[in-house]
Design a protein around this ligand. Sequence first.
Ligand SMILES: Nc1ncnc2c1ncn2[C@@H]1O[C@H](COP(=O)(O)OP(=O)(O)OP(=O)(O)O)[C@@H](O)[C@H]1O
Ligand SMILES: [Mg+2]
Length: 340
Amino acid sequence: MIEVRHVSKEFVSPKKYPGLKGAIKGLFSTEKVVKKAVEDISFTIQDGEIVGYIGSNGAGKSTTIKMMTGIMRPTSGECIVNGINPSAQRKKNAQEIGVVFGQRTQLWWDLPLSESFTILKEIYNVSDKDYTERMKFLNQVLQLDDFFDRPVRTLSLGQRMRADLGAALLHNPRVLYLDEPTIGLDLVVKDNIRAAIKEINEKYQTTVILTTHDIGDIEELCSRIIIIDEGKKIYDGSLEELKDTYGTRRTVSMEIKSPKEIVELDLPGKLGVTEQTCKVAFDEERKVLSVSFDKHKVQVPQVLGAVMELTEVSDIQIQETQLAEIVKEIYNHGLNQADS
Ligand SMILES: Nc1ncnc2c1ncn2[C@@H]1O[C@H](COP(=O)(O)OP(=O)(O)OP(=O)(O)O)[C@@H](O)[C@H]1O
Ligand SMILES: [Mg+2]
């Protein structure tokens, strides 16, 4: 179990002044700027969960992960991972966790991948028997054999990411931290990585904490997400709940046979709702009428009924709000406005 309790992280750096004069002034100045990267964040993660930790650039995701892994010490508050305080008991903690930072490799750049694994085997005290068994499994899910003898620097990004993931899992950690594990990967490799994470989680009940900007990762892997914004936690719950609460808009697109009559259509008026609740747009070229509305206030049959009274409809499409749009809206405007 992972417990994050009222964790904050402040970065203090010397104040910078513009220009050359400023640079000299800066040398003698004692003024400091304090950046609150993470502010009073608390949550608990149970064994075997896969949790998506998301937020816009600079929100404080990597900083939180660094504190949870013990790379960084919180300014205040504490993290407890399986009973261990990661930054105080770094060695003990290292045996229990695996970490992948998608932005840079943890492997030895000039060594063949196989040697990196041999070194990690020693570092983590993995027995010969466990090593053989583990490598067999990792090869199955990550196909490391394809490039096991090559120096890490010659690997493609996708191969390197598979290698990094394998290396993080060699000692069968109970917790796996992944900071943007699919960044820059093509769709096929992304799928492979996601499948591997799923399989590891199912087979070993490995707890996974994942940061990503790829909504696909979240939809494929995470039943729970935590959203942070400017260092503060703004959402913690299931994906369904988020979609239910904030994805309340629905769009019906109708292909109209003879669009002449559309000008007369006062849909919001007919349905007795505001123009904000029911937005109507007409694409003259494609002859497609799109009606976007709040699904709690207007029903699809009402919309169709009103339109079909006026004109013939030859094709219909109904769309739910995509998760990507909900998240974009939350990043832009915060949680309260996301449903308006
Ligand atoms: N070592 C540091 N010194 C000073 N400021 C830092 C340091 N590390 C991070 N920050 C600042 O803290 C804030 C949070 O950074 P963090 O890397 O945690 O964001 P993030 O959510 O991971 O963003 P991204 O999606 O871009 O990776 C940013 O404003 C960043 O500039
Ligand atoms: Mg980051």
